[in-house]
Design a protein around this ligand. Structure first.
Ligand code: PLP
Length: 431
């Protein structure tokens, strides 16, 4: 996998794109992932091939979805078969039932689901269900957690001031009135949670949490934290919502419910659910969806249940259900994490890893894995940035926030390649 690492064609295309496509990219952050933003010609299994002819082992997985890799034969065949039968119907079809049954069979405590297209949308559906269910308006979320780009939840994602309980807009164009029903707390802090519930528990419609804080350093929940969160919600009549857009079908087939052995009222799925196709879902106990059956509220969308996305999700889950899949992905992730920390130590750099085998973050300049958003801000991102650039030149594509995604396509050959790239890149970075 020789890497030539010229980016001149990408640079030309970016310049051309910027003339007609505002910002040159289709999602704001993509502008900063690499300089210039890379134009991908095609992807195959674990590899991305850019327009300059570079081949790289990909650990970004399209920001998470590509859990079974690109150009997957089973998904391709199922989608091709489906395309001949139509694209989207705005009516029901059998594959929807098959997918719903497959999810119910795969995820503990999920009795029913609804389908949407993106994680952002499904989060809003879960919030609306919780509000209709409780008759309350307040949403509680946590610092550093990302639940999509809409105003009521893009709050205190990268807070700029010290007060961890003051809801803060994340970007311009977010009037305070649009998140006036959103409460914020530091995560992994049981006392703060209990205190808030004692004071305002009767106002809270739902508590929204990433069960592993994948969007900010892949922090793990403290033992008992998720359980306490769910118990407090039950005690005060609020709805517990796990945002499993990243963890779902990733940290285990049954996501955080299976991994931690807990059952929130609702879970939201996206990304890995459909292996790169546009699909999201909300799942939970059947009673949680009573508000839709009795029309207290609605869930809608022209593209909900679009046929080729549904069959892609079915194939993805079938692939993930094969015996040994998660053990293999976790072993790969642990081997990469081990290579990162031992190689860093060899070159005199402190490093800690947090998360699980299939999604983890490496933190340079610290010895302890962080436990919440504020702790992640102590990481040496400057050194990581230089390391990541070296990795890119050495044939490995990584996300800018030091989060690594692992999928079924990451085999031993990719492992050998990445371990070698880590050694070379660390040497270059620390020189
Ligand atoms: N929730 C989490 C935890 C996410 O990481 C994301 C996206 O990264 C979302 C929700 C929003 O999903 P989407 O980008 O599909 O709208």
């Amino acid at each position: 996998m020789a890497s030539i690492h010229t980016t001149s064609r990408s640079a030309e295309l970016y310049e051309r794109a910027s003339r007609s496509l505002a910002t040159g990219v289709s999602s704001s952050l993509r502008r900063f992932v690499t300089q210039p933003p890379l134009y991908i010609d095609h992807a195959d299994g674990p590899h991305f091939y850019d327009v300059d002819g570079n081949c790289r082992a990909d650990y970004t997985l399209g920001w998470g979805p590509l859990i079974v890799g690109s150009n997957h034969a089973g998904i391709n065949a199922a989608v091709a078969r489906q395309l001949e039968k139509g694209y989207t119907y705005g009516c029901q079809h059998i594959a929807e039932i098959e997918l719903a049954e497959l999810i119910v069979d795969s995820v503990p405590g999920v009795e029913q689901v609804i389908f949407s297209n993106t994680g952002t949308e499904a989060i809003q559906s879960a919030i609306r269900i919780a509000r209709a269910h409780t008759g309350r308006d307040k949403i509680l979320k946590f610092e550093g957690h990302y639940h999509g780009w809409l105003n009521n939840v893009l709050v205190s994602y990268r807070p700029k001031i010290e007060d961890s309980t003051l809801p803060q807009a994340t970007c311009g164009g977010q009037p305070a009135g649009e998140f006036s029903e959103t409460l914020v707390l530091p995560w992994n802090d049981v006392d703060a949670l209990k205190d808030l519930f004692q004071r305002r528990g009767q106002e809270i419609a739902c508590v929204l949490t990433e069960p592993v804080l994948a969007n900010s350093g892949s922090c793990m929940p403290r033992p008992g934290y998720l359980e306490t969160l769910i118990e407090l919600c039950r005690e005060y009549g609020a709805v517990s919502i796990f945002d499993e857009v990243i963890t779902g079908f990733r940290i285990a087939l049954g996501g955080a419910r299976e991994y931690f052995g807990v059952e929130p009222d609702l879970s939201v799925y996206g990304k890995a659910l459909a292996g790169g196709f546009t699909m999201s879902a909300v799942g939970g106990r059947a009673e949680m969806f009573e508000v839709l059956r009795d029309m207290r509220t609605i869930h809608s969308g022209t593209y909900n249940g679009t046929s080729f996305n549904i069959v892609a999700a079915i194939e993805t889950i079938r692939e993930l259900r094969k015996p040994g899949t998660y053990d293999r992905m976790n072993a790969h992730g642990h081997a990469v994490a081990e290579a990162l920390t031992t190689t860093a130590a060899k070159y005199g750099l402190d490093a800690a890893v947090s998360g699980v085998g299939t999604v983890f973050s490496v933190h340079f300049g610290v010895t302890q894995a962080p436990r919440d958003y504020r702790e992640t801000t102590r990481t040496d991102m400057e050194t990581y940035g230089r390391f990541r650039e070296a990795m890119l030149a050495n044939g490995v594509q990584l996300l800018p926030d030091a989060r690594w995604y692992v999928g079924t396509q990451h085999d031993d050959a990719v492992l050998q390649h990445v371990i070698k790239a880590i050694e070379t890149s660390m040497k270059e970075t620390m020189r």
